[in-house]
Design a protein around this ligand. Structure first.
Ligand SMILES: Nc1ncnc2c1ncn2[C@@H]1O[C@H](COP(=O)(O)OP(=O)(O)O)[C@@H](O)[C@H]1O
Ligand SMILES: [Mg+2]
Length: 250
């Protein structure tokens, strides 16, 4: 099993199942199933918003948002909106859009917003030679207007943690500490399941009740967002650390 996991750490479903096996992490993980029309119906009966994502996707590609509002089931893709009066018809449309690809269906998190645009966060960690994780920091990402993904490649823009949360710098420090603590727990669990990983970019969400969630754990993360970090030297330090890690693992 482990050998198989090392080969496929990109897969969202496998990462979810691995982290879910740790009871201490479950409270941070949105409810997730593999997509089938039947699983979709089970999930839409439980949650008013769902996210459907390709198992092997990245950069927000192929992500869909489904909203259940009274009698309407609304499917949003990057380019289209489809509206149905029954969950069965919505499930069939999703099946038609997804075809034979592997997708996950996930509880939607009601992300905090700024001027109506959702925000989530990227926490960045690297494995140090002594086996501990170095936590570099956290940056927010605001979705472009009318987008439901915050990825940079979809127009997402960098924002600092305390600005995103609308709190003072002191309160921002408290949030930083909480997110760092949770990120280190997630990193330890990821390392146990995927022993070869040395970099982690965690997509962390904060919902409107200010609860922290893990949306996904990236094992070869981009770090461009950190160009906008309040510490102007941090980006260079991350770049150097990435070079060191990737040169030894190549
Ligand atoms: N369950 C969710 N609830 C709310 N927003 C989500 C959820 N899942 C994904 N998103 C949004 O979509 C973006 C892309 O999803 P993610 O799981 O990070 O996939 P990708 O590998 O394409 O980056 C996230 O950064 C977030 O903005
Ligand atoms: Mg992501």
């Amino acid at each position: 099993m482990i050998a198989k996991q090392i080969r496929y750490p990109g897969r969202k479903w496998l990462k979810h199942v691995s982290l879910w096996s740790d009871p201490l992490l479950r409270e941070y993980l949105p409810d997730t199933m593999l997509f089938t029309p039947k699983n979709f119906i089970e999930m839409i009966d439980k949650y008013t918003v769902l996210f459907l994502k390709p198992d092997l996707g990245m950069k927000g590609k192929g992500v869909m948002k489904v909203t259940h509002d009274k009698d309407d089931y609304i499917i949003r893709t990057a380019s289209c909106t489809h509206k149905y009066r029954s969950k069965k018809h919505a499930a069939l449309k999703l099946k038609q859009l997804i075809k034979d690809k592997r997708y996950i269906v996930q509880q939607g998190i009601d992300l905090i917003q700024i001027q109506g645009n959702p925000i989530d966060f990227r926490a960045l960690l690297h494995l140090k030679p002594d086996g501990d994780w170095r936590f570099f920091g956290i940056m927010g990402k605001v979705a472009a207007p009318n987008r439901f993904v915050t990825n940079h490649s979809n127009g997402g823009k960098a924002i600092r943690l305390y600005t995103a949360l609308g709190v003072t710098k002191e309160d921002g420090q408290e949030w930083y500490k909480r997110i760092k603590e949770i990120s280190l727990k997630i990193a330890a669990a990821m390392k146990e399941h995927f022993p070869k990983i040395a970099e982690l970019g965690l997509d962390i969400a904060i919902d409107t009740d200010r609860k922290i969630w893990l949306v996904e754990a990236n094992t070869k993360p981009q770090y461009q967002l950190f160009r906008y970090h309040s510490n102007p030297r941090l980006f260079g330090q991350i770049a150097a650390s990435v070079r060191a890690i990737r040169s030894t693992s190549a």
